[in-house]
Design a protein around this ligand. Sequence first.
Ligand code: SF4
Ligand code: MG
Length: 335
Amino acid sequence: PEPLLSIEDLRVSFAIRSGFLRRTKAEVRGVDGVSFSVMQGKTLGIVGESGCGKSTTARAIIGLETPNSGAISFAGERIELATPKRRRQLARHIQMIYQDPFASLNPRKTVEQIIGEGWLVHPDLVPESERKAETALLMRRVGLDPALSNRFPHQFSGGQRQRIGIARALALRPRLLVCDEPVSALDVSVQAQTLNLLAELQHELGLTYVFIAHDLSVVRHVSDTIAVMYLGRIVETGPIGPIYARPAHPYTLALMSAAPVSRPWAVSRPSRIVLKGELPSPLAPPPGCRFHTRCWMARARCRIEEPKLREVAGRKTACHFAEEVVAEAAPIGTP
Ligand code: SF4
Ligand code: MG
């Protein structure tokens, strides 16, 4: 089987002004050479702190950012090489679920109008005479009462608003959903319900997800594969199983130790790894390994030589000492 979405060596940079009178012009590389693919019907979780480039990657996939270079292929077709008309057609298949369901819903529109927004751009998809029925169907599918279709977003709870956002995305019958922190603005009690809904929809409709989060415990339950990002690069990527069993990158280990989940691996270090220092500015990423300014394992080599992604214990990791990390992260009970 072919991947539905495939990204190759994606680079996205922004020009920003800073310094005295904002006279200094600089280029920030938000995403600096990222590659991954997602198979049809599967979920890739992208994890990292804010500023790591995960949202920029998401925005590039849905066409809100123009990459400087790299390839974005959907079902084998290069999106960025397509004609504007073809691009619009392809764009329908890739919909976004936003972090803040309130900010992303127009407060002056009714639920019915919000769900039907995309049909104004793609009028042939659902004939006008069928839109009312289709809206009701979509509302039921995401667990909302169709009788409420004339209400406004503020009349709904956060979780319900996120369901409206999901219905709006589904209205275009997409094949891929890019979910940018879809539950991080929701109450913990509502998060699981929303994740369950997304899982059900994936199963029913054969959807493919790119699921972005800052929390490893959130993506664990929804993802088949994950990519951990740091300062515009992927530092560890592969199937969920081996990565959660034994991380092979110190940054993944630190993210896991911060997650409020039980840790199955032995702790020969403080059980909660607190990363020293701030996330460095993407304006001037550290030389060598970008993580070396915050890594408790950093050695001389790390400051000079940049580690490349390489195969280690069933996943790919960009750390010179990944074998040591894997060995240290051994589950309790193994010698
Ligand atoms: Fe830490 Fe060095 Fe590995 Fe980078 S290469 S993560 S600094 S040990
Ligand atoms: Mg973000």
